[in-house]
Ligand binder design. Sequence first.
Ligand code: NAP
Length: 289
Amino acid sequence: MTSRTVVVTGATGNVGSELVRLLAGRADLDVRAVTRDPAGADLPDGVAAVRADLLDPRDASAHDAAFAGADAVFLVWPTASPEGAELVVDAIARHARRVVFLSALGVPESDPDGEPPAGLFHATLEWLIRRTGPEWTFLRAGGFATNTLGWAEEIRASGTVHWVYGGASRSLIHEADIAAVAARALTEDGHAGASYELTGPSVVTQVEQVRLIGEAVGRDVRWVELSEQDARVRLRDQGWTPEFIEGGLAHWARIVDEPEPVTDTVEKLTGAPARSFAQWANEHADAFR
Ligand SMILES: NC(=O)c1ccc[n+]([C@@H]2O[C@H](COP(=O)([O-])OP(=O)(O)OC[C@H]3O[C@@H](n4cnc5c(N)ncnc54)[C@H](OP(=O)(O)O)[C@@H]3O)[C@@H](O)[C@H]2O)c1
């Protein structure tokens, strides 16, 4: 049997590590994992680690080596700025037949013949990819359940979560569901030119997320509502840009009354319902203990 090469960027991250686990061991695939640190990467047997720094334009020969001979590439853009993305997208286009990009819910359609879109970097990446040759599929994911790991330190230390807009209703998605869709888009026909909107199976308020984490951990975890101004200061101290902070606060305020959308795309594409936040919390309980 001739095997096809699938290259996974972000292979040590939340989604990529699930994806390489799903693809590893398939006799029809050679799986290559891109990381800045092949020696430190904990990868399944049979997955080849290749070193490349996607954000370093001086690393262009490593980009070429990473994508050489690829049938399909899973692209995770590792930072919130699109700077340097054109080089990487061009390198993928030189080598691969197909690219599946981890994008974000709410990205507007872009015109590849028009101006590069302003705003979210995901939109710029989609625009760049549309302008190149390979078949593309965009996975427009909603908020990840893994974002709540940002509460883990405080929960471990004090059993509380100080955060803003407890009533914000989010359709957080399990990273394994994004990976399951990615695995199909990378290896099956029929996904070219599709933009898939991926969410969890229902909305869960932030207060309820904290309660479910407590239930999974086996202790009461208390929500303490922060003011918008206090949250702004915290986000600033964590290094987020003013654009991200104001965009985030406006979004969380809005989804108190207008919950995030829920799609059934995961189930349609994988045949299994999207995993619930409660399931995610149970599987990740150790991180909060
Ligand atoms: N969080 C959300 O709610 C959300 C929603 C929609 C879309 N997204 C998108 O999802 C992506 C993040 O996915 P994730 O959570 O699975 O990733 P993650 O867990 O944050 O991991 C980041 C990955 O990027 C790699 N990486 C970092 N810098 C790199 C560099 N300079 N060159 C090459 N690789 C580099 C890391 O690999 P090494 O350290 O091994 O090099 C790691 O595998 C982002 O593009 C984000 O915008 C997130």
